[in-house]
Design a protein around this ligand. Sequence first.
Ligand code: NAD
Length: 271
Amino acid sequence: MASDMKIGVVGAAGRMGRMLVRQVCEHPSCALAGATERPDSGALGEDAGSLAGIGEIGIAIGGDAAEMIAGVDTVIDFTAPDATVAHAELAAQAGAAIVIGTTGLTDAHMETLRRAARHVPIIVAPNMSAGVTLLLALVEQVARILDDSFDIEVVEMHHRHKVDAPSGTALGLGRAAAAGRNVDLDAVARMAREGHTGARPRGEIGFATLRGGDVVGDHTVVFAGEGERIELTHKAASRQVFAAGAVRAALWTKGRKPGLYSMRDVLGLAV
Ligand code: NAD
């Protein structure tokens, strides 16, 4: 339909890319307007729908992101950090919004995204699921209520193919806990422990990373006090929840002012 939001998916042959193609095609308010991959990808020229398991849709996977982005309302990007910032710059030039699920973004990447967000709406979220977005808000709230006699540990497990650790979501949960305590995560984070580490310093926020099998994404935030413990857990059973969140975010950008937004903005949970 003419009023449908035209969405482009970059990295369309990836695990998330294929989920996104499917989700966009099946959503009643949006239409897939283009799909791209790396210029050296073996998937170039293949039908995006066939690759996504929904049958032919007549959209071949292309290698020219600039051309594709110029013809869409919103881009969805779950690729790799350097590719993502390049796509965001193209989106800013073309006046297209961009929804970014890529994790492992450095401060330098974020700085480029902030510049691009002066021109178009950009949503960045290391986890697009509604459940994790709510968990982030809950963790911040619990950390605000409990004092630092409660030790905070973030535990995550993902499938064996994941390349970054701890997960972007785990770091986001750590940042939410630190924000609740009014401290800077970098100043209190302990990313790993090995050997004779000594007693746990008060106020530390610890991380533990597990990798294996086909685990889509498990996260637990432990608040461990003397004699009692609170554990907040989210388990994703399918990547579909991330794709559904990304499409919801894409639709939310319609008519939105330029700026850098998060999924908490999309769900109305931002403080
Ligand atoms: P994947 O390796 O299966 O897919 C990434 C795809 O991006 C690949 O097909 C690759 O060829 C493509 N790509 C790389 N550079 C490109 C470029 N310049 N142009 C076009 N395509 C390019 O990985 P995945 O499991 O789909 O995850 C992708 C990213 O999304 C990771 O950073 C992952 O951590 C993140 N992720 C985020 C969420 C979330 O909810 N935010 C959920 C799952 C995964």
